[in-house]
Design a protein around this ligand. Structure first.
Ligand SMILES: Nc1nc2c(c(=O)[nH]1)N[C@H]1C(S)=C(S)[C@@H](COP(=O)(O)O)O[C@H]1N2
Ligand SMILES: [Mo]
Length: 342
């Protein structure tokens, strides 16, 4: 194993090595189970000693070429768990941004409009205790403590985040589908939209004392958008609980829309009949619409949306329709004019 300097043990380093280990052990356990299942009459003997190695199951990462070449000689030994590597890129092959970049370049106007200073200003923000009130047009209104939200099965979602300002990142989130929360409160038939509200706490959030915006921060989704499996409530990233600058303790992540839809530090979720007025729509209605789907063909009035700057890269790359998630979400907008509904 390569030696690691303590200065190099970053949160992503720990996360990636632990993840690799978990995937390795999981695959090993699966192949042991497969071996046992294939040879019930030999179940008392050590399985690997008498059986041929099992092929990886469909969907499982195959062992590396080196491990396969070594396999015949290694029949009497269990497979080396660490030869199976979990992804460190998104599905398009682009690497995760570093934890350092993700947590030190933030938009969070409740603190400041200077992205490099959000982390410092938000450092002592109180995120515990925390409650999220879910109500409005629902049959079963409910207030969730943050620990209740962590009881929803947490999944890893590797998503691109594309800010309307034309920079982007790849972030490994932990969270759960918003749809699961909405099903628990049981929306009434009249509910057509979901309205989200950020905490209002000007004594802790200096930006909320600024008169330029209508605080608190508000965002909204159409109910069918909110029910799409890609929309999640995130509670962590890189295997750690969210830091305040990332929207702790719980924020929305809607990866096919511009970043501003992904509202941070949520305290209230309401099912409503009509499209909510977001903070950005109120601030500049000609620049920010309700839908805010990532669309390289519709420019912001003050700049092009055709390309973006991936943080950590030189130069620019093309922006993808729906931020690369068209296959999963384009159906939501069938027949709509995406210029008028920007
Ligand atoms: N409450 C709140 N949520 C917010 C914002 C904000 O200013 N306040 N900024 C938005 C914008 S413009 C972007 S690009 C993303 C940035 O998320 P990140 O800082 O975790 O990258 O958060 C969004 N959510
Ligand atoms: Mo943004």
């Amino acid at each position: 194993m390569t030696k690691i300097k303590s200065s190099e043990i970053t949160p992503e380093h720990i996360y990636l090595s632990r993840r690799k280990f978990m995937v390795g052990v999981g695959a090993l356990a699966a192949s042991m189970a497969a071996l046992a299942a294939c040879s019930p009459q030999q179940s008392s003997a050590p399985p690997a000693a008498t059986s041929t190695p099992a092929k990886p199951a469909a969907g499982q990462t195959p062992p590396t070429a080196a491990a396969q070449a070594a396999a015949p000689a290694a029949v009497s030994q269990p497979a080396e768990p660490t030869t199976i590597v979990a992804p460190t890129t998104d599905e398009l092959g682009d690497p995760f941004n570093t934890f350092e970049a993700i947590t030190n370049y933030n938009n969070y106007y409740e603190f400041t409009t200077t992205k490099e200073e959000v982390a410092m200003l938000a450092k002592d923000f109180t995120t515990n205790p925390w409650q999220v009130q879910v109500g409005g047009l629902v049959n079963n209104p409910k207030t969730f403590d943050i620990d209740d939200l962590r009881k929803f099965e947490q999944e890893e979602r590797i998503y691109r985040l594309r800010c309307v300002e034309a920079w982007s990142m790849v972030i490994p989130w932990q969270g759960f589908p918003l749809a699961k929360l909405l099903k628990e409160v049981d929306p009434k038939p009249e509910a057509k939209f979901v309205r989200f509200e950020t905490v209002y706490r000007p004594e802790e959030m200096p930006g909320q004392r600024s008169p330029w915006y209508n605080w608190p921060y508000i965002e909204g989704l159409r109910l069918d958008e909110a029910m799409n499996d890609l929309a999640i409530l995130a509670t962590g990233l890189y295997g750690k609980e969210l830091l305040p600058q990332s929207g702790a303790p719980v924020r929305l992540v809607v990866p096919w829309k511009y970043g501003f839809k992904s509202i941070k530090s949520i305290v209230k979720i309401d099912l409503v009949e009509t499209a909510p007025m977001s903070l950005w729509m109120a601030a500049a209605p000609n620049e920010y619409g309700f839908y805010a789907n990532v669309n390289p063909e519709v420019d912001h009035p003050r700049w092009s949306q055709a390309t973006e700057r991936r943080i950590g890269e030189f130069g620019r790359r093309k922006t993808l329709p729906f931020n690369g998630y068209a296959e999963q979400v384009a159906y939501l907008y069938d027949g709509m004019d995406l210029r008028a509904n920007f």
